[in-house]
Design a protein around this ligand. Structure first.
Ligand code: DAH
Length: 346
C-alpha cells in the first residue's frame, strides 16, 4: 500500500509537468482527486481493511493527499501566471476606447434646449435653423426695425468689418454683416423659403455687446417660435405658451401676458411665469419671453399677404430657462466648463 501511494504521488508529479492550461489542470485534477481519480480509488479501498491496519494506512493516505494538494496548488499558480503573462503580452491597440473612460453627459443648456424643443414638437412644431453671421436686413429691416432703432446701435450689436453684396436682390446691396442679436432672423428666413402654413421653433446662439455679469453674457442662446397660418389668434398664442410652460415647469405653473412693444409683433407682450416649483423664486411672476402676433408689415416684407396669412411669434432666452429649472444663480457657470458644475446634470 505504501508503495502504491508513493507510486501514485510520483506519477502525479511527473504528469503535472506537462500541464500548462487551465483546462489541462482541470483534467489532471479529475484524474487524481475526482470521483474516479486514482487517489479517490485508494481511499475507497480503506473500507476493506482490518481495524488494525486502518490508522496506519489512513496516515499514509493523508500524507499522499497533502502531497497531491501541494502539486495542485503549484500548478494553479503556474497556470495563473501564464494567463497573466499572455494577457500582458497581447498586442495593444491604442485606438480602442479606454474601458474605464467616464461616460459624458449633455451640457445643461443642451438638455434644456432639447426639453423645450420636445414640448413644442408635441404641438406640431418642427425645428428650423439660420446662420449666426447675418445681414442687417434679416436681423432688423425685414423685422420692421427702423434704422435708428437703438438695437441697431454699434453699442449693442457686433458688426463685422465686411459688407455683403448681392446683385440679384437690390435691397441687399452693400449691406452690413453682423452677428445676429436674436433668433428672430430665422422667422424671416423661414417665411421667405417655405409656403405656409407652418410652425417652427429655432434654437440658436446670439451675440450682443453686453458687459458680462451674473445675468448677462455677450454670447447666449435663444429659442424662437413662429406659427404662420390662416386665422391665428391671441388665443392660439396663449394656448401654445401655456402648454409649453406646464410641460417645462409643471402642471401648476401659470402664465400672464403683459402688454409690451416689439417692432415685429402687433400686439406685443412680455410673458410672465409663476410656479410653485421654483425654490426661492416660487409663486413670483418672472418675465421669461417676448411674444405677440406677427406684425402685418413683417408678413409683407417676407412676401406673405397679410389679408390671407396671420401668425404668432415668441422668443425666449435658453440660459434664463435653464437657470430657473435648475436653480442656477450665475450665467457664467454655463461657459466655464468646470466639471464640478457640469457633473451635477449627469
Ligand atoms: N427677439 C426678441 C429679443 O431678442 C424676443 C422676441 C420678442 C421674439 C417677441 C419674438 C417676439 O419672436 O414675438 O429680445
Amino acid at each position: 500500500m505504501q508503495q502504491q501511494l508513493a507510486q501514485l504521488v510520483a506519477t502525479a508529479r511527473q504528469e503535472s509537468a506537462s500541464v500548462t492550461t487551465r483546462a489541462e489542470l482541470e483534467a489532471f485534477k479529475a484524474r487524481v482527486v475526482g470521483p474516479h481519480g486514482s487517489l479517490t480509488q485508494v481511499m475507497k479501498g480503506m473500507a476493506t481493511l482490518s481495524k488494525e491496519d486502518r490508522p496506519v494506512v489512513g496516515k499514509l493516505i493523508n500524507e499522499a493527499k497533502k502531497a497531491v494538494e501541494e502539486i495542485l496548488a503549484a500548478l494553479l499558480q503556474k497556470v495563473e501566471d501564464a494567463e497573466i503573462a499572455s494577457a500582458l503580452s497581447a498586442p495593444l491597440d491604442p485606438t480602442l476606447p479606454s474601458p474605464d473612460a467616464p461616460a459624458g453627459n449633455l451640457h445643461p443648456l443642451s438638455r434644456t434646449r432639447e426639453r423645450i424643443l420636445n414640448s413644442f414638437r408635441k404641438l406640431g412644431f418642427t425645428v428650423a435653423e439660420g446662420p449666426e453671421v447675418e445681414t442687417e436686413w434679416y436681423c432688423f429691416d425685414a423685422l420692421n426695425t427702423p434704422g435708428d432703432h437703438p438695437a441697431r446701435d454699434m453699442q449693442d450689436t457686433l458688426y463685422l468689418p465686411k459688407t455683403f453684396r448681392s446683385a440679384d436682390a437690390p435691397r441687399r446691396q452693400e449691406e452690413a454683416m453682423l452677428l445676429r442679436t436674436h433668433t428672430s432672423s430665422v422667422q424671416v428666413r423661414t417665411m421667405l423659403s417655405r409656403r405656409p402654413p407652418f410652425r417652427i421653433v429655432a434654437p440658436g446662439r446670439c451675440f450682443r455687446r453686453d458687459a458680462v455679469d451674473a445675468t448677462h453674457s455677450a454670447n447666449f442662446h435663444q429659442v424662437e417660435g413662429l406659427w404662420i397660418d390662416r386665422g391665428v389668434t391671441l388665443a392660439d398664442l396663449r394656448g401654445v405658451l401655456d402648454f409649453f410652460v406646464k410641460e417645462t415647469f409643471g402642471a401648476d405653473a401659470e402664465i400672464r401676458l403683459r402688454p409690451s412693444f416689439f417692432p415685429f409683433t402687433e400686439p406685443s407682450f412680455e410673458m410672465d411665469l409663476r410656479s410653485p416649483n421654483l425654490g426661492r423664486l416660487s409663486n413670483r411672476w418672472l418675465e421669461i419671453m417676448g411674444c405677440g402676433l406677427v406684425d402685418p408689415k413683417v408678413l409683407e416684407l417676407c412676401g406673405l399677404d397679410p389679408q390671407e396669412w396671420s401668425g404668432l411669434a415668441f422668443g425666449l432666452g435658453l440660459e434664463r430657462i435653464a437657470m430657473l429649472v435648475h436653480g442656477i444663480d450665475d450665467i457664467r457657470h454655463f461657459y466655464q466648463n468646470d466639471v464640478r458644475f457640469l457633473r451635477q446634470f449627469a
